[in-house]
Design a protein around this ligand. Sequence first.
Ligand code: RFL
Ligand code: PHB
Length: 392
Amino acid sequence: MERTKVVVIGGGPAGLLLSHILDLNGIDNIVLEQKSRAYVLSRIRAGVLEAGSVDLLRSIGLSERMDREGKAHDGSFIVWAGSEKLLIDTMKYTGREMTAYGQTSITEDLYAARDNAGGQIIDEAEDVKPHDLVTEKPFVTYFKNGQEYKIECEFVAGCDGFHGVSRSSIPDNVLKTYEKGYPFGWLGIMSETPPLPDIVYANHDRGFALASQRNENLSRYYVQCDLDDRLEDWPDDRFWAELKARFPAEFADAIQTGPSIEKSIAPLRSFVSEPMCYGRMFLAGDSAHIVPPTGAKGLNLAFSDVYYLSLALTEYFKKNNYTYLENYSDVALRRVWGAARFSWNLTRLLHRFPSDDAFDQRTREDEMAYLSRSEKAMAAIAEQYVGLPYEH
Ligand code: RFL
Ligand code: PHB
């Protein structure tokens, strides 16, 4: 049996960042991760950071590599068949930039920082279970190498993603969930080829496509695909042909193709659970909410949750002030709903839905036309894309 102040369930970006900030504030914690470190580091996901996420990483001294390798952008383009390309100019409308820097690199940076600080991360922890959450003495059990362990703590942080155990430990009569599925997925590939200079979202009759990047010789591309598509249906040649068909010639001709080094299909989902706490357990990141990737919000929301939760736990441990913990769920959820609405709206605007009728399509085209005519409409998109400010 061990004791610590906070058990963090999940060693993804939310859990590692929380663990690190707590440690910087002198708050002991242990991270329990069910997968191996190699597996966690092999996951390829987000690529675009809001200005607030970059500020947060800088404020805790975790930006050295990001500042060197990440690429700041004034904004991202939207292209639409038959119309001018549109820049979501976050620099012009908000004075802030977006940064292309991969989640894989952030996770590596976080593991390195935890290792340097002597942080305790237990990987391949099986059957992790939080207990007695509505008492003042919660504890967490897990198995490792066939042996059962118990950690007593004061708080549990549920940072274990959408399929984790934390949210499902909250009784049904306490949790309210809101969910929307989408009738398509994103097929993504990584290739060791120079990317387009900018991040470009494309709407096309054949479906959505996205050109993104990790560094000057690593490109990330996505196409909207059917939910029942399998990876075997998508050899590289088909992927590249489909990707290029969805971009106007100006961009399609500039896309450099090459063998894929990773290929995966992700279904799209919007999901929010309320409240983001239960007794002495607090949820952060994908364990509490999922957004479709169209607005690049998932990782950024995980970071804003961690910002609020680390502040609340620090107030408690340093000043014996419980108010921030009491308010955590309400404060975090305000930002979560803003991003859930924005991501849903951008997904609706940029994808083709099998159920669309002519009216749906014409109103979508009109919304694009409105965006290209109205500075105020563009400013609203830019403000949300760069990320709404954290509440202080
Ligand atoms: P994670 O990353 O899922 O980490 C959770 C960790 O918990 C572990 N775990 C458990 N550990 C112990 N016991 C259990 N019972 C456990 N169950 C699970 C898991 O192994 C894992 O290590 O959640 P976290 O930390 O909240 O981070 C969230 C982000 O990963 C996610 O929101 C983003 O990747 C979403 N996302 C994007 N977000 C952005 O901000 N910008 C983007 O550009 C962006 N692009 C994307 C994305 C997600 C994508 N996919 C694949 C869904 C693009 C894609 C294609
Ligand atoms: C990515 O680079 O993986 C990426 C970029 C922008 C998004 C989603 C994903 O909106």
